[in-house]
Design a protein around this ligand. Structure first.
Ligand code: BV8
Length: 226
């Protein structure tokens, strides 16, 4: 299995959240990626998500994404758990994938459950829901303070409990409950390989740490496989 974070998409040119000039350095995530932030200023939140769609739209999967797809094709038991909301793993061809935090390419109504794919980048979005009265259209992502999808969590828990190797690629492992799957895998007896140029709070749980970009390291590992 693999657990991926924003670092997997960094080599595609998509900003990470915490590293360098990452998104959270410029904005307080409480203001943008939270229900309170959307309640307070839906226009600002939509401007931010449209900026991210704009940034992500022209980007393509990198060798790190493609290497994870190769693993899925090579190993029938392989699954990818991703925290990413950019859709690049799916565009690379990943099918056995659990999206913990949703997708910036989907919208949903905050009242009636209406959901749709949406790749538009409107400047002044009218976020009134057309399917109900009073509902507002928001990005279909999991904001801070919102629960992750329980089925996704249960499925990920069953997979991790049975896995023998967890690749932890491109995540600062600071967001929960996603990061909890690393100690869970360790407790289940899995070997853990962390591929990240930087150390993280979960590095001590890794059997092997590879301080390299995942788009460089993972293709080399796969080349070496029989
Ligand atoms: C919830 C969607 C409860 C929005 C995001 C313990 C248990 C449960 C919850 C908590 C807990 N402790 C705290 C919490 C609350 C909170 C939380 O985790 N806070 C953190 C800040 C401490 N969690 C929540 O609120 C979650 N909800 O628990 O609800 C509940 C239950 C019932 C009822 C009601 C409520 C929801 C969390 C989801 C938040 N949404 N995204 C959006 O993106 O617009 S999180 C956001 O951070 C992204 O999804 C992102 O993926 C995620 C994690 O960041 P990373 O992916 O790791 O990215 P980062 O930039 O941090 O790191 C990049 C890494 O890559 C770096 O290490 C870098 O070195 C490395 N790198 C860079 N380049 C490369 C590379 N690696 C390899 N190769 C490279 N080339």
């Amino acid at each position: 299995m693999a657990l991926a974070g924003a670092g997997l998409s960094a080599e595609s040119g998509i900003e990470t959240y915490r590293g360098g000039g990452g998104m959270w350095q410029k904005y307080r995530f409480q203001d943008l990626a939270s229900p309170a932030g959307f309640q307070k200023n839906p226009q600002l939140v939509w401007e931010w998500y449209c900026q991210r769609r704009d940034q992500a739209a022209g980007k393509t999967p990198n060798p790190g994404h493609l290497a994870l797809v190769t693993l899925e094709k090579k190993y029938p038991a392989f699954w990818l758990l991703t925290q990413n909301v950019d859709g690049l793993s799916q565009r690379a061809g990943q099918t056995r994938i659990i999206e913990f935090h949703g997708s910036i390419w989907r919208v949903k109504c905050d009242s009636c459950g209406f959901m749709a794919e949406d790749h538009t980048v409107p400047t002044n979005r009218d976020n009134q829901c057309r399917e109900c009265v009073g509902g507002r259209i928001r990005p279909d992502v999991v904001w801070f303070g919102e629960p992750l999808d329980s089925e996704a969590l249960n499925q990920a828990g069953q997979l991790v409990n049975a896995c023998d190797l967890l690749l932890v690629v491109g995540t600062s492992a600071q967001v929960f409950p996603a990061a909890n799957f690393i100690p869970l895998a360790a407790r289940a007896g899995a070997n853990i390989i962390e591929i990240n140029p930087e150390e993280t709070q979960m590095s001590p749980l890794a059997t092997v740490t590879i301080r390299q970009a995942v788009g460089v390291a993972l293709p080399q590992i796969i080349e070496g496989l029989s």
